[in-house]
Design a protein around this ligand. Structure first.
Ligand code: XIL
Length: 301
């Protein structure tokens, strides 16, 4: 294939990007989006603060715009994210206990029902593990009880039985890290007990502090062996030039080597679209030109 999406499709995979609704009027941005990608993740528009700014008052204008753009252009959508400690509306940040648990369940039910039938996979729970010790991250959701994650998955399944349900996190790429093991053990337990989980997302924001690990393929394969799909969900790689290009190619090869690694999503299109305050972590430069990282990614597909 001559584009990321077409080449990935030849391998039975998708190639996606994070999309911001307010850039859908930028013709350079949309030109690359429509040409190269066949999956989109709303970068912020489906998060709790965006979809339920006041309790039980739902707001879908910008998320609906992204879904409509995707559907009109033959792309699928990864929903992101139903339950997360970050980017919560102020009213939820101030809640706890049963009230917060009920609010989370209502949020998941309402949002997953609104988008029912339009979402390929949902990041049901995002970033619920602690960076250091392999246990759960302390958060208002965690303090509602350790079962909040499985409740979130069961709630999402009931609302949209056709969507694949993912757990998504960062710093879970290196097989030897405690956080990776913590998430692995949760997924193993969920599969053993019949908690509805279909996939695990590896954000894969690689930088000097958490570099691309040589055992990445092992990690992906070990999770896949639990009976879930694995997806690379928010890929960006700090750096530039041939070193960055080589790492992008290696990430793609690792995914293709794992039968159940069924898709790769980069976290933005041009370097200037990146959430990173500085650096050049993406596949296109600020003018929309293909970088060496683009070529090595395409060649690896
Ligand atoms: C980021 C967005 O890219 C930014 O625009 C926003 O200000 C903060 O969130 N992990 C995730 C994503 O799961 O939702 C985050 O996205 C990046 C880290």
């Amino acid at each position: 294939g001559t584009t990321l999406g077409a080449s990935a499709a030849e391998q039975g995979r998708y190639f996606g990007t994070a999309v911001a609704a307010n850039k859908l009027s930028d013709s350079t941005y949309v030109g690359i989006l429509n040409r190269e990608f066949n999956m989109v993740t709303p970068e912020n528009e489906m998060k709790w603060d965006a979809t339920e700014p006041s309790q039980n008052q739902f707001s879908y204008s910008s998320s609906d715009r992204i879904v409509a753009h995707a559907q009109a252009n033959g792309m699928r959508v990864r929903g992101h994210a139903l339950a997360w400690h970050s980017q919560q509306p102020g009213w939820a940040q101030n809640m706890s206990g049963t009230a917060l648990r009920n609010a989370m369940v209502n949020h998941i039910t309402q949002v997953a029902t609104h988008f029912k039938g339009k979402i390929y996979s949902w990041d049901v729970v995002n970033e619920a593990f602690d960076d250091g010790n392999g246990g759960r991250r302390d958060s208002n959701l965690q303090r509602t009880g350790n079962d909040w994650i499985e409740v979130a998955f069961r709630t999402a399944r009931a609302a949209d039985p056709g969507a694949k349900l993912c757990y998504n996190d960062y710093n879970t790429d290196n097989w030897t890290w405690a956080k990776t093991q913590g998430v692995y053990n949760m997924v193993k337990d969920f599969k053993a007990r019949g908690v509805p989980i279909d996939c695990v997302g590896f954000q894969s924001h690689f930088n000097n502090g958490s570099p691309y690990p040589s055992n990445y393929r092992t990690t992906l394969q070990n999770f896949a062996d639990l009976g879930v799909d694995v997806q690379i969900t928010e890929l960006d790689i700090e750096g530039s030039g041939s070193a960055q290009a080589t790492t992008y190619g290696n990430v793609v090869k690792d995914c293709l080597a794992v039968a159940r690694c069924n898709g790769i999503t980069v976290w933005g299109i041009r370097d200037s679209d990146s959430w990173r305050a500085s650096g050049t972590p993406l596949l296109f430069d600020g003018s929309g030109n293909k970088k060496a990282a683009y070529t090595s990614t395409l060649n690896a597909l």
